[in-house]
Design a protein around this ligand. Structure first.
Ligand SMILES: [Zn+2]
Length: 277
């Protein structure tokens, strides 16, 4: 049979599938499902958490004040073995230096599991006390988390996904969310993967879609078959977009050796499991 004739029923089936799958799969990507997009024991680029003492830092996102500049912020830097470095700034209300270090350490593994293209652009993480939903800042290339919420999300296996989502805002939104390439992919797909993305296509679609795309590209077995099919039907153009974005090979630098010379021999490390002191 000539190819052009064989293609007609296939095309019809394809159109029918995209029509049928046009509804979002979930309310949101991170907390409205139990999919383990990224696991806490996935390999991570080794990160060394170093204390830089207390300093004055800009700490947006305080819950009880609109104070922005804060003195006495517990300031850390995480040097990763792929030559990236990310700051971690912990509000003094979190507690002592040891308390601050303990919560900062919880972020080392999740940041070490980000795609290199994101870790390279991430400037720092702001950590406040309390329990509130995290948010990312696209121009400043940082995101804000709340210490009690970090622990709650570890308990529900959602911290890796939360860090990934907010890191997309912090590192990819500025370059891509308004880009012609992304807008064309959105228009070509014509549907959204979550209700949250559909409600805010300019603000949330990139971050919401990125998590599904990353799991589909790197760990396809973790998506239930119907979810994998839904991703393929709802966002094929976006999948191709992220395939290009995440195409760069990941650094093979899980070992501690390279950082041993900078005072990290006994420091926190982020590979392969969750961080332990
Ligand atoms: Zn978001």
């Amino acid at each position: 049979m000539p190819k052009s004739i064989a293609a007609i029923p296939a095309l019809a089936a394809c159109l029918w599938a995209s029509e049928a799958m046009a509804e979002p799969l979930f309310p949101n990507s991170v907390v409205s499902n139990d999919i383990e997009f990224i696991a806490a024991d996935d390999p991570a680029v080794f990160g060394c958490l170093r204390t830089l003492g207390q300093a004055t830092q800009e700490m947006p996102g305080a819950l009880d004040t609109d104070e922005l500049m804060v003195e006495g912020v517990h300031t850390f830097a995480v040097a990763f073995a792929d030559d990236t470095e990310v700051g971690v700034w912990v509000h003094p209300s979190v507690g002592t230096q040891a308390d601050a270090e303990a919560v900062a350490a919880l972020l080392v593994g999740p940041i070490g599991r980000l795609p290199a293209v994101m870790r390279r652009t991430l400037s720092h993480v702001v950590i406040h006390s309390g329990d509130h939903t995290a948010f990312g800042e696209h121009l400043g290339h940082f995101f804000v988390v709340y210490a009690d919420n970090v622990r709650a999300r570890i308990a529900t296996h959602d911290l890796e996904e939360t860090v990934f989502h907010e890191a997309v805002h912090a590192t990819l939104d500025a370059a891509w969310a308004q880009s012609e390439e992304w807008r064309q992919a959105q228009a070509a797909d014509g549907a959204f993967i979550t209700e949250y993305a559909a409600a805010d296509p300019e603000g949330e679609d990139l971050a919401e879609s990125a998590l599904f795309a990353y799991a589909h590209l790197r760990h396809p077995d973790r998506l239930p078959p119907e979810v994998a099919r839904g991703v393929e039907a709802i966002m094929p153009a976006r999948l191709a977009f992220f395939e290009r974005l995440f195409a760069a090979p990941e650094p093979d630098v899980a070992g501690a050796e390279r950082l041993a010379g900078v005072g990290c021999a006994s420091a926190h490390h982020s590979a392969p499991g969750p961080l332990v002191r």
